[in-house]
Design a protein around this ligand. Structure first.
Ligand SMILES: *Cc1c(COP(=O)(O)O)cnc(C)c1O
Length: 333
C-alpha cells in the first residue's frame, strides 16, 4: 500500500518551491577519501529556520483548506518542527499556536515566539502540552500539524530526495537521520521512485531510538526517553502511528545506531573538515561513515538535517570535550 507516493512528493515540490531553499549538495573530499567512493553532503543545515522541517511544515500550511487557514494551526513541538511551523504559518499569515510545558527552557520559548507563533504554556510535561493541542483541535477547530506522522509533512520532507535524485542521478546510497521517520520515509520514497537501485539507510542514536526498536519489534513500541547529543532525534513514534512506521519498514534498507561519542565525532568532523556547524541529529550520517558502520560501495549522499545546537555545547564539542556529551539539551520532539 502506497501511503505517500511519488506524485504527492512532486506536488509538494512545486507547492513549496519559492518558500524554501534548494539546499547545496557539496562534495566532501575527506569523507570520500575515507569511504573510497564519492560522498556528498545535502546541507539542510543551510535551510531557513536551520533544519529541513521547514519543507514539511510549509507543505502542510499550503495544503490547508481556506476554512482551516482561517482558524489556524497548533502543535506541541518546541524544537525544529515548532520553529518551522511558526515560520511557515507566519509567511502565509496564518495563526500558529505552539503548546509547551512550563519546563521548556526560556531560550526555546523565545525562539519560537520570535518566529511569530502564539505560545501557550501548559502543565509540566510534553503529554500535558499534547493534551492542550487536542483540546484546541476539539474546541476551537485548530488544525494539528504533528512533526512527522502526517502525509503533507512526509511529502514535504520527501522533496529532499527529489533534489538528490535530480542533482546526482548516479547516487547508490543515501544516509538519513531517523527519529519519527517523516524525513526517512519521504526521502526513501522519493529517491527509490527515481533511482530504484539506490539504498537508503536510517541513522539514529543507540539510546532511545524509537523507530529502530519498533522496526525490530514489528510494530510501534514505546521506548524510554534518554538525553542524547542528537536531541532532535528523541521522542516516540506514537503507538497509533499511521504512516511513518509502515513506510520505514517497507522502504528503509537498514538502520545504523551510534554511541554518543560517535555522534560527537560527527559534529567535530563537520566543523573541522567541512566548515559546517551541525547539530547532533544532523551529524549522524557523517558519524556513521567515520565510525565505519556503513558499507559504502558507490556514490553516497549524506543528509545533514539541521544546525540548531546550543552554542556553548557546540564550542565544547569541537574543542575536544568528549565527556560532556549529554550535559545539555534533552528530548526535543
Ligand atoms: C526532526 C529532525 C530529525 C528527524 O526527523 P524525523 O522525521 O522525526 O525522523 C533529524 N534531524 C533534525 C535536525 C530534526 O530536526
Amino acid at each position: 500500500m502506497i501511503l505517500v507516493g511519488p506524485d504527492r512528493i512532486a506536488e509538494a515540490q512545486a507547492r513549496i518551491a519559492d518558500r524554501v531553499r534548494r539546499t547545496p549538495l557539496e562534495s566532501s573530499p575527506s569523507l570520500s577519501a575515507l569511504s573510497g567512493a564519492p560522498v556528498r553532503l545535502k546541507l539542510e543545515s543551510h535551510q531557513l529556520t536551520g533544519s529541513f522541517k521547514l519543507r514539511g511544515a510549509t507543505n502542510a500550511v499550503l495544503s490547508l483548506s481556506e476554512e482551516a487557514r482561517q482558524r489556524g494551526l497548533v502543535t506541541a513541538s518546541t524544537g525544529n518542527h515548532g520553529r518551522a511551523l511558526a515560520h511557515a504559518a507566519k509567511a502565509e499569515g496564518v495563526r500558529a499556536v505552539v503548546c509547551m510545558s512550563a519546563l521548556v527552557p526560556a531560550n526555546k520559548v523565545e525562539a519560537v515566539r520570535a518566529l511569530g507563533a502564539e505560545i501557550r504554556i501548559i502543565g509540566r510535561s510534553q503529554d500535558d502540552a499534547q493534551e492542550e493541542v487536542e483540546r484546541l483541535v476539539r474546541q476551537e477547530g485548530l488544525a494539528a500539524v504533528p512533526p512527522f506522522d502526517h502525509a503533507d509533512v512526509i511529502a514535504g520532507q520527501g522533496t529532499i530526495g527529489l533534489e538528490i535524485a535530480e542533482a546526482q542521478p548516479d547516487t547508490e546510497l543515501v544516509l538519513v537521520p531517523l527519529s519519527g521517520g517523516g524525513l526517512a520515509a519521504g526521502v526513501a520514497m522519493a529517491v527509490k521512485s527515481r533511482l530504484p537501485h539506490a539504498r537508503v539507510i536510517g541513522v539514529s542514536m543507540a539510546r532511545g531510538a524509537a523507530m529502530s526498536e519498533s522496526l525490530r519489534a514489528g510494530r510501534p513500541v514505546l521506548v524510554e526517553e534518554v538525553e542524547t547529543l542528537a536531541d532532535s532525534l528523541g521522542g516516540g513514534i506514537g503507538l497509533e502511528n499511521r504512516y511513518t512506521f509502515a513506510m520505514c519498514r517497507d522502504l528503509i534498507d537498514d538502520v545504523v545506531l551510534l554511541s554518543e561519542e560517535e555522534i560527537a565525532e560527527g559534529i567535530r568532523h563537520a566543523f573541522a573538515a567541512e566548515g559546517e556547524t551541525v547539530e547532533g541529529a544532523g551529524a549522524v550520517g557523517i558519524a556513521a561513515l567515520l565510525a565505519g558502520k556503513v558499507d559504502v560501495k558507490g556514490p553516497t549522499v549524506v543528509v545533514v538535517s539541521g544546525r540548531n545546537i546550543d552554542e556553548a555545547l557546540h564550542r565544547r564539542i569541537v574543542s575536544g570535550g568528549a565527556d560532556e556529551t549529554v550535559s545539555l539539551g534533552g528530548p526535543n520532539p
